[in-house]
Design a protein around this ligand. Structure first.
Ligand SMILES: Cc1cc2nc3c(=O)[nH]c(=O)nc-3n(C[C@H](O)[C@H](O)[C@H](O)COP(=O)(O)OP(=O)(O)OC[C@H]3O[C@@H](n4cnc5c(N)ncnc54)[C@H](O)[C@@H]3O)c2cc1C
Length: 430
């Protein structure tokens, strides 16, 4: 019997073996192979729901559709491999200290889901809530931090503005002196924020979705979407056509191309975003540190590497190449914050694609084409939203009702002029 012991029907199988200390011990003793976390399937002619994009959003949506709503005849299609987009390239910062009440409520639900995700998925996602500091280097910045702190408190999210002495106590290596080139006046401190093992989140959702009967198809590129009488009829892929009445676009950096296939125009521009990591050193940095003024953020992984990021490249592109220009700018800004890092050596750099919207909030929900739904516009900040997006998109598909948490993020807000302006909380601090 394989790992996925079946009890007759595809959707009725009992799922994969549980990961536990006991199964680790047993595998160690017997030397037997671990079973694959999810299976491959032939592409079927039709599915109830087709999700385009095998990142955290697409996989979480599939997982909650099957688990919470019993809709498991679902295909997740990815032109590459699971997690090959932004979900495997991000810097894994999780937080909910946004600027608008709609944003704070939404991301707070995601943090809550993340807190329980390891148990939910039986997969160690290594969520470390080490705190998150957004630095203010001038009066305008400090005012925005106070604004965010007040909105956060009203939504029962733990955030407060702290001064240079408290920052120094949390991060002794930080230059909080008056002689710093960009003096630090204060910071928004958000204790529930932190970092997570992003690959584990993606693999855990993929494994969970598979266990509930979802088909995950890697190396399956969507090349067209069939729409008749303003209704979705199916998708064309590099492996054949699929009939379906419901398509969800969860392709982040490629999302305007996919929406274009359904002739739905979206106010999205795709920009590359780069990041870099150093060699590992002893743990010395607990919280995540972000400086919007310096366009830089830093965290330390459990392995000891420092992870650096910045804001998006200043031009639109679908290229995922790194640049020397980025590294030079990044290194200078990191040293302005923490001069003692001058001898650290960078190990590697990489880039991913970000689907930026005009108001730095996502676009979620229905579109003018019946059956074509979007979960896009995730810019530089969408990884943290994976669980809540999956939960709410699944509810939308299952009930036909837009959940309250995502009402504000509809595509129609751009014609109605009801934008959800998050630039003050999302432009650099992912
Ligand atoms: C360097 C970097 C750092 C970041 N840091 C953070 C952070 O710290 N915190 C945070 O919250 N967010 C961060 N982000 C943003 C975050 O990574 C993304 O918003 C998020 O991962 C988007 O997830 P997704 O599942 O929507 O899309 P993705 O993970 O990008 O998945 C989309 C998938 O669609 C597939 N696809 C595209 N076209 C097709 C097609 N035609 N047919 C089939 N499949 C297709 C792609 O192969 C891809 O796998 C960062 C992003 C980058 C690049």
């Amino acid at each position: 019997m394989g790992i996925f012991s079946r009890n007759g029907s595809e959707n009725g199988h009992r799922g994969p073996a549980r990961y536990s200390a006991f199964s680790l011990f047993r595998h160690g003793l017997t030397g037997s192979d671990w079973q694959p976390a999810w299976r491959s399937h032939d592409l079927e002619d039709s599915y109830d729901v087709v999700i385009i994009g095998g990142g955290v959003h697409g996989l979480a949506t599939a997982y909650y559709l099957a688990k919470e709503h019993g809709i498991s005849h679902v295909a997740v299609l990815d032109k590459g491999y699971v997690g090959g987009g932004g979900s495997g390239r991000n810097t894994a910062i999780i937080r909910s200290n946004y600027l608008t009440p709609e944003g704070v409520r939404f991301y707070d639900r995601s943090v809550k889901l993340y807190e329980n995700l390891a148990a939910e998925l039986n997969f160690n996602v290594m969520f470390a809530q080490r705190g998150h500091l957004t630095l203010a280097h001038n009066d305008g910045g400090l005012r925005t931090m106070h604004w965010r702190a007040e909105v956060n408190k009203l939504e029962s999210v733990d955030s407060e503005v702290i001064g240079p002495d408290e920052i120094k106590a949390l991060v002794p290596f930080m230059d909080t002196s008056n002689s710093a080139r960009y003096q630090i006046l204060g910071a928004l401190y958000h204790p529930p924020g932190g970092i997570i093992r992003h690959d584990a989140v993606v693999w855990g959702y993929a494994r969970g979705a598979d266990a509930h009967g979802v088909h995950i198809h890697q190396n399956t590129e969507v090349t067209g979407i069939e729409v008749k009488n303003n209704r979705v009829q199916g998708v064309k892929t590099s492996r054949g056509d699929i009939k379906t009445n419901t398509v969800i676009n969860s392709t982040a950096g490629w999302s305007s191309l996919i929406s274009g296939m359904a002739r739905v125009r979206m106010p999205i521009s795709t920009f590359p975003l780069q990041a870099a990591v150093t060699e590992p050193v002893r743990p010395f940095l607990d919280p995540v540190i972000v400086s919007g003024t310096l366009h830089v953020y830093v965290s330390q992984t459990d392995r000891g590497e420092l992870v650096f990021g910045a804001s998006v490249d200043p031009f639109t592109s679908y290229s995922m190449r790194g640049s020397l220009e980025f590294l030079e700018g990044l290194a200078g800004h990191v040293l302005e914050l923490m001069p003692s890092l001058a001898k650290m050596r960078l190990l590697r750099q990489w880039a991913g694609l970000c689907d930026m919207t005009p108001d730095y909030s996502p676009i979620m929900g229905t579109t003018p084409v019946t059956g074509f739904l979007v979960d896009v516009g995730w810019g530089t900040y969408g990884f943290k939203a994976g669980p809540v997006s999956g939960e709410t998109m699944a509810e939308l598909v299952a009930t036909g009702e837009t959940p309250r948490l995502i009402e504000a993020f509809g595509l129609d807000r751009f014609s109605a002029g009801t934008l959800v302006g998050e630039k003050g909380a999302a432009s650099v601090g992912h």
